[in-house]
Design a protein around this ligand. Structure first.
Ligand SMILES: Cc1cc2nc3c(=O)[nH]c(=O)nc-3n(C[C@H](O)[C@H](O)[C@H](O)COP(=O)(O)O)c2cc1C
Length: 357
């Protein structure tokens, strides 16, 4: 891979994708305000850097559910990821293993989860949308456990499919076939806390609930034995006008009170963004469009390269903020301010505008 910056990675992705796939990747729901607000939230935190700490060696290795993470980052579920690189979820699995982090594989991408597990054995989390009744769900979870998945993720912010107008206007239907008003959401829509209780009672696999935004729900997850609380608004692709995910972090972290790990995603594109989330108490950060852009830029090799650049950015940011280990990343290293540029999905890459996007 020739690129040396994430700017170049994003530019390459834009060049490689047709308009329909590009808009499916970067678009959000309705007015796309939740999408922009995620980025606005990340840009609203600035560093209060400390000086004269020895940063000759910066450590940022971590772990999640017993899986070592070379950086505190996970690759979240991306449905129809084969639209960006034909090898789809399998290429992400390989890249993630090459680099040394963790993947949450979507249930609506190819190859299917059993095939991915056979071809790329290793720790991995499976994310499920319910397209069948409870016995269908039970069979699927049992199959995931048999296939070696080390965690199970229920996405709770997608009880119905939102109106993604970039796609609707172009009559674009993603490979998953999922569209606003689509009929296959009856089971997903009727999911409740009882579903969580059922999974916890019946299966011995760590459970992640993805789509948490408020402290009360986070606390309820903890009380019910959920193993990881995952703050997300689906990258602004589901409920529009949600608060940004980074702004939900302090409340959720306080409610969880260290009982279980907290993941967050939504608008995190660069190493400094990851460091901000860690300062506010996240244990790891999901980067969805980063994953999609890297895949579009060149599949497995490009994703590995993008992660290497991300690691460099994280370590550089930590060093320059005066932190040489993750436990030195605390809220005191940040303060809130007004962003200096208008937020949009690619505003982490301001040089793209200068180069013609
Ligand atoms: C193209 C695309 C497809 C996605 N598909 C899924 C999915 O199948 N399941 C899921 O739980 N989340 C899905 N998400 C949401 C991501 O897992 C993640 O929450 C979101 O991308 C984070 O925001 P970010 O893109 O700003 O990093 C998808 C996101 C994108 C961009």
């Amino acid at each position: 891979m020739k690129f040396l910056t994430l700017h170049e990675m994003a530019k390459q992705a834009r060049q490689n994708l047709a308009r329909g796939e590009w808009d499916y990747l970067i678009g959000g729901a309705d007015t796309e305000s939740a999408l922009r607000r995620n980025r606005h939230g990340v840009d609203s935190w600035v560093f209060r850097p400390r000086i004269l700490n020895d940063v000759s060696s910066v450590q940022c290795e971590s772990q999640l559910l017993g899986t070592p993470l070379r950086i505190p980052v996970v690759m979240p579920p991306i449905g129809s990821i084969q639209a960006f690189a034909p090898e789809g979820g399998e290429a992400v699995a390989q890249a993630v293993q090459d680099f040394g982090i963790l993947q949450i594989l979507s249930s609506v991408c190819t190859p299917d989860f059993v095939t991915v597990a056979q071809r790329v054995p290793g720790p991995r989390i499976y994310q499920l949308y319910l397209v069948g009744d409870q016995s269908w769900m039970d069979d699927t979870i049992a199959q995931a456990i048999d296939s070696g998945y080390t965690g199970f993720c229920l996405t709770a912010d997608t009880q119905v499919y939102s109106r993604r107008e970039r796609d609707i206007i172009k009559r674009y239907v993603p490979a998953s076939g999922r569209v606003a008003g689509g009929g296959d959401f009856q089971y997903q829509a009727s999911m409740t806390w009882d579903t969580v209780a059922h999974v916890k009672k019946k299966f011995d696999i760590p459970l992640i609930v993805k789509g948490v935004n408020v402290g009360e729900d986070a606390k309820r997850c903890v009380d019910m034995g959920v193993d990881v609380v995952y703050i997300s608004n689906h990258g602004g692709r589901q409920l529009d006008h949600t608060r940004s995910c980074i702004d939900a972090l302090p409340e959720v972290v306080a409610a969880v009170a260290g009982a279980v790990p907290v993941l967050v995603d939504g608008g995190f594109m660069r190493g400094a963004d990851v460091v901000k989330a860690l300062c506010l108490g996240a244990d790891a950060v999901g980067m969805g469009r980063f994953e999609g852009l890297a895949m579009a830029a060149g599949g497995r090799a490009a994703l590995v390269k993008a992660l290497e650049i991300l690691e460099h950015e994280i370590k550089t940011t930590m060093a320059l903020a005066g932190a040489n280990s993750l436990d030195q990343l605390t809220p005191e290293l940040l303060e809130r301010t007004l962003p200096i540029t208008p937020a949009h999905v690619l505003s982490a890459f301001p040089l793209l505008e200068e180069t013609g996007y």
